[in-house]
Design a protein around this ligand. Structure first.
Ligand code: KIV
Ligand code: NA
Length: 265
């Protein structure tokens, strides 16, 4: 199959073909997603939550992101792989941002990086892009700023924040970003952004009028039992499936049903 590149993604927007994106953090899941034909895998810093069990995305380190990303990269043949720059690896200055991006590209073999924010990080975005590294923006609900926001509620419902978001999207496009993720904002605002820029806009909780969709794999597979935001569609109830399988295994071991004569040497 033809490899997905930033050019292919750009053409999808022009052709009106929606872009499919999921997060992955390890080899085995990435292999399934790539085999199934996903367009983009995001090695998200949501690994901090779903893999490491932290309450926020802030604690995950650049080294840990590199471990996840290099595992994912070994599995893929076709899709485009983007890696989040974690909290604390780019906010200091654009030089620090560039060296973090370079570490990810060199040590993992990923195809691009994602970075949260607009105007406040634009120098870093430009510097990373000038080094030849594709950059995906991320606006709206940016989880690394959770302690500034105070909640995970829908963002940019007020005029001023909506205006800044549109301006930020244009800035990111001018800086050379190949795509932007919009998280948890009104669908009509996301539509406005998707029409205001020519680069693909990929939504999570941003409605149907954008150029693609992304979900966290644990959410869409139903591994997280408690997390049920309105924007989430669950394609499996893996929590229940795995819980049941675990109980069946325990029972088989306890009752000496497993292993049987055919399952031993
Ligand atoms: O880390 C992540 O999973 C993300 C997506 C929610 C876009 O940034
Ligand atoms: Na993220």
């Amino acid at each position: 199959a033809k490899r997905i590149t930033t050019h292919v993604l750009q053409k999808m927007k022009v052709d009106g073909e929606k872009i499919s994106m999921l997060t992955a953090y390890d080899f085995s899941m990435a292999k399934i997603f790539d085999d199934a034909g996903i367009d983009i895998i995001l090695v998200g810093d949501s690994a901090s939550n779903v893999m490491a069990g932290h309450e926020t995305t802030l604690p995950i380190t650049l080294d840990q992101m590199i471990y996840h990303a290099s595992s994912v990269i070994r599995a893929i043949k076709r899709c485009f792989v983007v890696v989040d720059l974690p909290f604390g690896s780019y906010q200091g200055n654009s030089k620090e941002a560039l060296s973090s991006a370079i570490r990810i590209m060199k040590e993992t073999g990923a195809h691009g990086i994602k970075i949260e924010g607009g105007e406040e990080i634009i120098e870093s975005v430009k510097r990373i892009i000038s080094a030849g590294v594709p950059v995906m923006g991320h606006l709206g609900l940016t989880p690394q700023s959770i302690y500034k926001f105070g909640t995970y509620a829908v963002r940019a419902t007020e005029e001023a924040e909506a205006k800044k978001l549109i301006a930020d999207a244009k800035l990111l496009q001018e800086a050379g970003c190949f795509a932007i993720v919009l998280e948890k904002i009104p669908a009509t605002l996301a539509k406005e952004v998707a029409e205001a820029v020519h680069i693909p806009i990929i939504g999570i909780g941003a409605g149907k009028y954008v150029d693609g969709q992304v979900l966290v794999m644990h959410d869409m597979l139903g591994i997280n039992k408690e997390f049920k935001p309105r924007f989430l569609r669950r394609y499996l109830d893996l929590y229940t499936e795995i819980y049941g399988a675990t109980q069946a295994y325990i029972k088989d071991v306890k009752t000496k049903d497993f292993p049987n004569d055919n399952e031993q040497y």
